[in-house]
Design a protein around this ligand. Structure first.
Ligand code: AMP
Length: 304
């Protein structure tokens, strides 16, 4: 039971208080698929330009990610530049070069179409919709987005949100999208659009998962070394969806467990630039950190 993901495969230039990396591997689909690949089969849909090195494709394939849906077209690969200050929770976008993304027509290979899990990672909402039109009957569809699309294509985005089961966005975006400063009210408004669940990523403060009548909170793992938060959101989503696809358990309990696996994966990703930490991550480390998470939030019950 694998996952299909559509999103960006990118070159990123990232500046944090701890260093600067230029034209490194990034992109929403890259982070998502690498993270999910620790739990399930992943099939990728994205576009790159002629300048994209084969070495990065080989890396994705080495994680057993199906790259049949990765198109290479004339032009330059999507490029994002961002900066983080000492508050590592929010990136400041310095530049977005859409490049080949402007001509991208996502095409799901025949072998992807009956997939039960679909993740619409951060990409143009019009493209997310085109992908939704090509899938048969997924068991679970989730999507992400970001401020860039909220301000440039709010109506297209609203249509996508109406068609998915779970929306995964960050705190600032939930506020921006609804124009509502209070997060609980913002969550209610997004759920009222038609999705069943909303997962709000809050950087170092963890994650909140809302339904119309429940809320679940998970902390972020308290790390001593955070180098680069880029991709934390997508890596979270990859762990979350990857674990769900692995177990097939979409109960409230199953979803809560998946939230913790997502948080575990994100906690590794921020320990190094680009996908460097994910490249050397071992499954054993995931298990150990899951146990640490459990210990972190465990306390004695009381009978009143
Ligand atoms: P996050 O998980 O939110 O930190 O996402 C980081 C990734 O999003 C980076 O690797 C970027 O390449 C990618 N990205 C940045 N801007 C956009 C955009 N407008 N559309 C799609 N992907 C983007």
């Amino acid at each position: 039971m694998g996952i299909v993901v559509v999103g960006t495969v990118a070159f990123d230039t990232v500046e944090t208080p701890f260093g600067r990396e230029e034209n490194v591997l990034g992109g929403s689909a890259t982070y998502f698929s690498t993270s999910a690949s620790f739990f399930t089969d992943v099939s990728l849909v994205a576009v790159v330009g002629e300048d994209f090195p084969q070495e990065h494709v080989t890396f994705l394939q080495s994680r057993n990610i199906d790259t049949t849906g990765l198109q290479r077209i004339p032009g330059k690969t999507f490029h994002w530049s961002g900066r983080y200050g000492y508050d590592l929770n929010e990136a400041e976008t310095l530049d977005t070069q859409l490049n080949v993304l402007m001509d991208f027509q996502p095409e799901l290979p025949e072998s992807y179409r009956d997939s039960e899990y679909l993740f619409l990672a951060n990409i143009d909402p019009d493209l997310q919709m085109k992908v939704l039109e090509q899938v048969e009957k997924p068991k679970l569809v989730a999507c992400d987005t970001m401020n860039f699309w909220i301000s440039s294509k709010p109506e297209a985005l609203k249509k996508v949100l109406q068609k998915v089961d779970i929306v995964v966005i960050n705190e600032g975006e939930a506020r921006q999208f609804t124009g509502e400063a209070n997060l609980v009210k913002a969550a209610r408004q997004i759920i009222a659009l038609g999705c069943k669940r909303l997962v709000v990523k809050r950087g170092e403060y963890g994650v909140l998962m809302f339904t119309a009548d429940s809320v679940f909170a998970a902390p972020a793992y308290p790390l001593e070394e955070v180098f680069d938060p880029t991709g934390a959101g997508d890596t979270f989503a990859g762990g979350f969806m990857g674990y769900l696809a692995n177990t097939g358990d979409l109960s409230e309990e199953g979803l809560r467990q998946a939230i913790v696996f997502g948080s575990v994966m994100a906690s590794f990703n921020v320990e190094d630039f680009s996908l460097n930490r994910m490249k050397r991550l071992q499954y054993k480390e995931i298990q150990t950190r899951f146990a640490s998470f459990k210990a972190l939030t465990s306390f004695r019950d009381i009978s009143f």
